[in-house]
Design a protein. Structure first.
Length: 367
């Protein structure tokens, strides 16, 4: 790993000398993603709106990088070379994950906006944890509420005043009742056995990291679903990084890992999660939200959290029995308090505010 990084640094450092010959294009906006071979979620929404602006030039560099094998590492190196040129010739660069090229080779005059792939962060991340390289050179981070100014400032090494409260574009659809109705109808056609049923969605985050590997928390889905009557189904939506997980076999347990998360929100009646940021998105729908965290103490010691358990809408469950007991009684979660603390805007116009921020930056001089 150290040798690969050294080789990558030498190649990019050498090429960067020549990249600086090229001028920064004042009207160019670049989108860089390491999570997918296409733009999705926030990136897709922002790109779509900017496409309507005739005087804005758009570029994109995408790759699905998982650090598995020589071929993947070679493709990543080629992608970094492309990133180097596109990033350092663009006025504004939009990223959604931690970017090595930006942190190491960003040129003066380029403005980077971090559109983090989440609506918040229960668990600590970024520079708050030990890393292979420090995150730096980000100019702005967008967020949902002032609550995230301190955590994001720490995680991304930006000034608090540059954590801009626009709201995340990804949740705009959750304020669109037509979208919610169509998403639910679409999934019910695909899974007709769910028509008229009570649907529990289980969507946890991962354990581990990209260097040591990923794993999931043990979860006794069979015990949970058998505590409910035959009109209740349990749907598993695992984190994208958990690619080879064997789910329990039961007639009322379904694997929906390939389905869109927000469409599943529309379909489901309640959500069980842990430290995943999707709990913030889900709270906007005013549906019961539960937390299953049997490794809470270990997690707090090893990773840490930005959100105290007292700020969650319901008490966390440390055992499956506690979770079942909590779910078998009428829901008493304080969702309104939770939403209002973590979402300044609840109007479905976040994409517009982010685009306005980008256009405002483009009007400013490079230096």
């Amino acid at each position: 790993m150290k040798l690969q990084k050294l080789i990558l640094n030498i190649i990019l450092g050498f090429l960067n000398i020549f990249v600086k010959i090229f001028k920064i294009k004042e009207n160019q906006v670049a989108f860089i993603s390491l999570e997918s071979r296409y733009l999705d979620s926030d990136m897709k929404l922002i790109y779509g709106e900017l496409e309507k602006k005739k005087d804005v030039v758009l570029k994109k560099v995408v790759i699905e990088y998982d650090q598995q094998g020589i071929k993947q590492n070679f493709l990543y190196m080629l992608n970094c070379i492309k990133q180097l040129f596109i990033i350092n010739t663009s006025h504004v660069v939009i990223i959604r994950d931690n970017n090595y090229v930006v942190s190491t080779f960003k040129r003066k005059g380029v403005k980077v906006i971090q559109v983090w792939h989440a609506c918040g962060a229960i668990k600590k991340f970024g520079n708050a944890l030990p890393r292979k390289y420090p995150i730096k050179n980000y100019d702005y981070v967008i967020a949902n509420s002032p609550y995230w100014k301190k955590p994001y400032s720490e995680a991304f090494a930006v000034k608090k005043e540059n954590v801009v409260i626009t709201g995340m574009p990804r949740v705009d659809c959750l304020f669109d009742q037509n979208y919610l109705n169509q998403a639910k109808e679409k999934l019910l056609k695909k899974y007709p056995q769910l028509v008229g049923k009570k649907i529990i969605l289980y969507a946890p985050t991962f354990r581990g990291n990209i260097y040591k590997g990923f794993s999931m928390l043990p979860f006794d889905g069979i015990k949970l679903i058998e505590s409910f009557d035959e009109n209740t189904y349990l749907l598993y939506k695992m984190h994208p990084l958990l690619k080879e997980i064997n789910l329990p076999q039961h007639p009322r347990i379904l694997d929906v890992c390939k389905e869109d998360t927000h469409e599943l929100f529309a379909l489901s009646d309640s959500l069980i999660s842990d430290y995943s940021s999707i709990v913030f998105d889900y709270s906007l729908l005013n549906k019961p939200l539960y937390f299953y965290t049997p490794d809470l103490n270990e997690y707090l010691n090893d990773v840490g959290c930005y959100v105290d358990k007292e700020d969650l809408p319901v008490d966390v469950s440390l055992t499956m029995d506690e979770l079942i007991k909590t779910m078998q009684v009428p829901y008493k979660g304080k969702l309104d308090v939770f939403k209002n603390k973590f979402f300044t805007y609840q109007d479905g116009k976040n994409t517009n505010r982010v685009v306005d921020l980008i256009l405002e930056i483009l009007k400013k001089p490079l230096y």
